[in-house]
Design a protein around this ligand. Structure first.
Ligand code: ZN
Length: 314
């Protein structure tokens, strides 16, 4: 199948206001879509990314006010890594310290420096300062200078009790290839490679079993260019014996979902049509985006949702 790398990653949060503030002001991402959870329209679905919300840059959240924290561990996408320019980590360490954001000491991984950062719900994020070329434009921000800004995803790390069955799905069904390995971590890439394409499988017996809740990843989505490739991907996933959902129209992209053998929920999403179908790219995030079936209830839905201050959005 024709996959191009990561499309978006969706996580679970508690307070939507705290979430918006952290991802826009602290990390400098752009708020690219304010929508609702299509299965629970009383709660938001919030999207952060680069200026246009390009595939490969978008981290999204289902925030449920008051939700208890989960536990990151086996059977989950354990860490979400963003690409930042080489040399940017000292800037980020200083910034995050000043803002009292929890971080872990910088470590080295496959030759790059990695700063682990925890969001207000304890979600494990990584800023990877990579010497690899990353031509993607920085997310525009009033708070983070372009020279240090996030370029998009670098990788997703899946925590697993055994790597083999997941590796087989990646390489035999999804077109990924192994790139590098250490005792506990194996890196896979697809298409042209580079930041935004990497999936790392982490097999670390010291980790607990993951439990869903605030601060954990719900699913990770892979990119395919268009509807024709998406239909083909749907057939191929089914042919390889995985239980796959029907094709679902998410308005901004089409989606299919399946659970890989290690327990992580995978999605394949189309690059088209993108986030500018219901509001101009200049004002992304300003208007509540609703699927057509919920549009008749806009007034009631908006009244029930907590108000968000988007003044920090660029
Ligand atoms: Zn998704």
């Amino acid at each position: 199948m024709n996959l191009l790398g990561l499309h978006h990653i969706t996580a679970i949060a508690s307070d939507p206001r705290q979430n918006l503030d952290f991802y826009t002001r602290v990390l400098g991402l752009r708020f690219v879509k304010k929508s609702v959870n299509q299965d629970d329209p009383g709660t938001y679905h919030l999207y952060y990314g680069d200026y246009a919300g390009s595939p490969g840059t978008v981290l999204t959240f289902f925030p449920w006010m008051g939700l208890k924290r989960g536990r990151p561990g086996h059977g989950q996408a354990y860490a979400t890594a963003f690409s930042v320019p080489a040399g940017a980590l000292s800037y980020w360490q200083e910034r995050l310290n000043k803002l009292a954001v929890s971080t872990a000491p910088v470590e080295s991984r496959f030759g790059d420096q990695v700063l682990t950062v925890f969001d207000p719900d304890g979600l494990r994020l990584e800023l990877i300062a990579t010497a690899e070329a990353d031509q993607r434009p920085p997310a525009p921000s009033k708070d983070v200078p372009a020279a240090h800004a996030i370029r998009g995803f670098h990788s997703s790390t899946l925590a697993l009790t055994e790597g083999g069955p997941t590796a087989a799905v990646l390489t035999e069904t999804m077109g990924y290839r192994e790139l590098a390995r250490t005792a506990t971590r194996t890196r896979f890439t697809v298409a042209t490679g580079g930041p935004g394409t990497y999936i790392d499988l982490l097999v670390d017996p010291a980790l607990p079993r993951g439990l869903n809740g605030a601060g954990t990843i719900h699913h990770i989505a892979f990119r395919t260019p268009d509807d024709a490739n998406h239909m083909l991907a749907h057939q191929e996933v089914a042919q390889h014996g995985l239980q796959v959902s029907p094709i679902i129209d998410r308005a901004y992209f089409k989606s299919i979902y399946y659970r890989e053998p290690g327990g992580v929920l995978f999605e394949i999403a189309t690059d088209q049509p993108g986030f500018a179908i219901d509001e101009p790219v200049e004002t992304l995030g300003a208007r509540l985006g609703l699927p057509p079936r919920l549009e008749p209830f806009r007034t009631e839905i908006e009244a029930a949702l907590p108000k968000l201050d988007v003044s920090t959005n660029s």
